[in-house]
Design a protein around this ligand. Sequence first.
Ligand code: FCB
Length: 467
Amino acid sequence: MTALDARPQAPAAVLRFPEGFRWGTATAAYQIEGAAAEDGRTPSVWDTFSRTPGKVRNGDTGDIAADHYHRLDEDIALMRRLGVTDYRFSIAWPRVRPTGSGPVNAKGLDFYRRLVDGLLEAGIRPVATLYHWDLPQELEDEGGWTNRDTAYRFAEYAEIMAGAVGDRVATWTTLNEPWCAAFLGYGNGVHAPGRTSDLDALRAAHHLNLAHGLAARALRGALPAESEISLTLNLHAVRPLSAAPEDRDAARRIDAVGNRIFLDPVFHGRLPEDLVRDTAGVTDWSFVADGDLATASVPIDSLGINYYSPSVVAAGSSESPSPWAGAERHVRFEPAPGPRTAMDWPVDADGLYEVLTRLRDELPGVPLVVTENGAAYEDYADPSGNVKDPERVAYLDSHLRAVHRALADGADVRGYFLWSLLDNFEWAFGYSKRFGIVHVDFATQRRTLKDSARWYAEAIARGGLEN
Ligand code: FCB
């Protein structure tokens, strides 16, 4: 009998989550699938970027990653053991529509059909994300997200996927963290495609908003009426260092270019006035065509929030190239206090509470889902094959408590997706950072449950945390 089979009786006091709360895990295609050149997949910007010397730690690539493409059944069985109710995965655009605008690739569609069917058989709800950063390289060669046409290609791809698995996938997310795609991809160049231009970053952000709206509309037309259409943002929990007006203004600037640049177009059909003012030296925003903001704001059914750590800012200046489109000339980032993860990110669950309750106030009526939360630590399998990760357990516990507190205070949070199911390719950090609750030995692809996986399985089984 494994520890998972021997689930404890529910203890007397349980910090219980609502009935029907979705307990999930999350992954992304390029980070786990591997099989980069198999069955008709063509390169994405991340294939190109990871092959460019100096861009990814140790020269790591996603060529093999966690080999999920070949270990689908094993990975679904793992999730079934954990008892997750939902699984959030992303679809590799260049696998299903190679080159981004060419013919559909039946073998690529087959892979996602097998994934979806396997999940359903295991009693796990599939939650599909269409874009988790693996833009087909051919589209990047034509300008990528700085080219308006990319938004239209994205809507076509959304429609293709809705046609292929829309009868079996009830929840669809258009984009994952468009802030990272625009500002790390085109602003400071830390992510693919590695461009460093404030103008390109702002243009990309707008085209991502447009792409979201066009895809949401296409999905609405192609999916059954009860389907859920969503968007996932990594909203920055930004705090001023002090109550001084200059520090508060620094926080306002980061909130504008980090958060409201997406929230305002998507939920209110407008651009933040202060953002337009702050960025006047970079652009007049003439790339925003008539009707774009109305398109970006087509109604959606929920908002996904990815949260890892807060940012503390003060008046000052930061280094360039920066992902802040000029705001860095007025803003200094201060280290937040407290313990840190292996990413050097501060552990601060209050930031998650702050984001959720802010949205409760600003977007009443929009259901919220925590679509990513988790932490990297220096995990290893000990000689008896155990992976002890008490710091991750503490991180997850404190963040789930923050979600619970937000729920108790009226935030409509429907679920929590732990990042991540498996250790994986952590973008520019390659395989050096482990976020999984399942340890992956990348030499053998052997999977081992970490203690945090057992802890999460117990939380799911009892419907909450030990109190
Ligand atoms: C998020 C990404 C996800 C993962 C985590 C650690 O920004 O969406 O793919 O890399 O960070």
